[in-house]
Design a protein around this ligand. Structure first.
Ligand code: PMP
Length: 415
């Protein structure tokens, strides 16, 4: 894929014309031209409870009226305290001891890079500076987040300093072994998305096991980037609940159901104790981090996850999506499904057996949109990331619309 093709991911598709979104409610988006579509991607994977959740909106409004600009920088706030307490309870049985707020997934990943290096500096291991991540990973757009991102995002053009970053394929155990043998004593952290967003690719268990085994011998930090996979997206509350507890858990997106610019780092004992004992400041205080509005939204989102029994409905949506993806695969060997829970994708191959290019992906995404279904483009694939409380009847309509496009593509309609 050339860099100019990749750029297409970041500009609105011309085919969407002036169909700008004007409203969204539940799972339906209304556009300026009067058309409507069912959302198959929960906003940008963040509105996991659907659009226009009243309880969350009211909680934000209350915080706006009561404490709009109360910052947590150099002091605490009842809002940030409550959200932290609730998050630490919600993430059990994994026991983290502290919550650190930031304002986006990207800034949280910048914080991870800084925190990991400072942790080893405190522990008199200043040589541990390297960060290991996966080649197909996505961790964000700020300089540190881009440095650990494996996908090509013009890092060379932006002069992102990647000298201390090592990227390995997410499914290549031999590559992990080579990196650990060569650089083990210099590694500060290994960052893993449990399911890589660029194609809904689950990290194989043998890789996860090997990373944990190397942590035992090397002492680096393990960071789970659950910006996308958190809050039942892949089934369990957190995908890393299937792992031994990571040292740092990164959350954003569904954390506020997409209503506020918010993210959080949940820090394990090992990290918190090191900073406490050294009495060192971690220099990452963002003005808007842990704002009353975002913390009120976090608390209300956790309440809504419970009230709506998202654990049960996410399992239902995940089962239905799995069946839908298998149904698409059974249409033709040119369709290959990936993913877990309610985070899935299908790769499509042309009749010569080649993975479809970016133009074709966008053509299919636009055609889905014309037929009333919003899906997500990714390299050679379309992704499905529906809200976790999607009613069955609406899922039927969403799936029919998407399937009609895939069927027509396979029959040669968009050749
Ligand atoms: N990490 C992961 C796994 C993500 O999916 C994303 C966003 N797609 C980010 C980090 C960056 O988050 P943000 O867009 O909020 O900066």
């Amino acid at each position: 894929m050339s860099s100019s093709e990749y750029f297409e991911f970041y500009v609105p598709s011309k085919d969407w014309g002036n169909a700008e979104a004007t409203a969204a409610r539940g799972n339906t988006i209304t556009f300026a031209d009067g058309t409507e579509a069912l959302c198959g991607i929960s906003g940008l994977w963040n509105a996991s409870l659907g659009y226009g959740n009243v309880a969350i909106a009211e909680a934000i409004n209350e915080a706006n009226l009561n404490a709009a600009t109360l910052p947590i920088f150099r002091r605490g706030s009842a809002y940030s305290r409550e959200a932290a307490t609730r998050l630490l309870e919600f993430v059990l049985p994994h026991e983290y001891s502290s919550v650190f707020y930031a304002t986006s997934g990207s800034s949280a990943l910048d914080a991870v890079v800084k925190l990991s290096r400072q942790f080893h500096d405190i522990n008199s291991n200043p040589k541990r500076r390297r960060i290991v991540s996966f080649t197909a990973s996505y961790h964000g757009v700020t300089m540190g987040a881009m440095a650990v991102t494996g996908s090509y995002l013009f890092q060379d053009v932006y002069q992102v300093d990647q000298r201390l970053n090592i990227k390995i394929p997410y499914d290549d155990l031999a590559a992990l072994d080579i990196v650990m043998k060569r650089f083990g004593p210099e590694i500060a952290a290994v960052i893993m998305e449990p399911v890589l967003g660029s194609g809904a690719l689950p990290v194989p268990q043998d890789i996860v096991d090997a990373v944990y085994a190397y942590r035992e011998s090397e002492g680096f930090l393990i960071v789970a980037d659950e910006v996308a996979t958190g809050f039942h997206r892949t089934g369990p509350r957190f995908a890393s609940h299937d792992w031994i507890q990571p040292d740092v858990l990164v959350l954003s997106k569904a954390l506020t159901n997409g209503t506020c610019a918010a993210s959080a780092l949940l820090l394990g004992d090992r990290v918190v104790d090191a900073f406490d004992q050294a009495q060192q400041v971690f220099w990452h205080g963002e003005t808007q981090a842990g704002s009353p509005q975002s913390c009120a939204a976090i608390v209300a989102t956790l309440d809504e996850i419970e009230r709506l029994d998202i654990a049960t409905s996410a399992a239902r949506v995940g089962r239905r999506l799995a069946a839908f993806v298998s149904g698409l695969e059974s249409l033709s060997p040119r369709v290959k499904g990936f993913g877990r829970g309610s985070f899935r994708a299908v790769q499509l191959f042309d009749d010569a057996g080649e993975l479809i290019g970016t133009d074709k992906v966008f053509e299919l995404v636009s055609e889905c949109r014309r037929r009333g279904a919003v899906v997500q483009p990714s390299p050679g694939a379309v992704q499905f990331v529906p809200a976790l409380n999607y009613p069955d009847a609406e899922l039927d309509v969403l799936f029919d619309r998407i399937q009609s496009v895939v069927t027509d593509y396979l029959a040669g309609q968009f050749a």
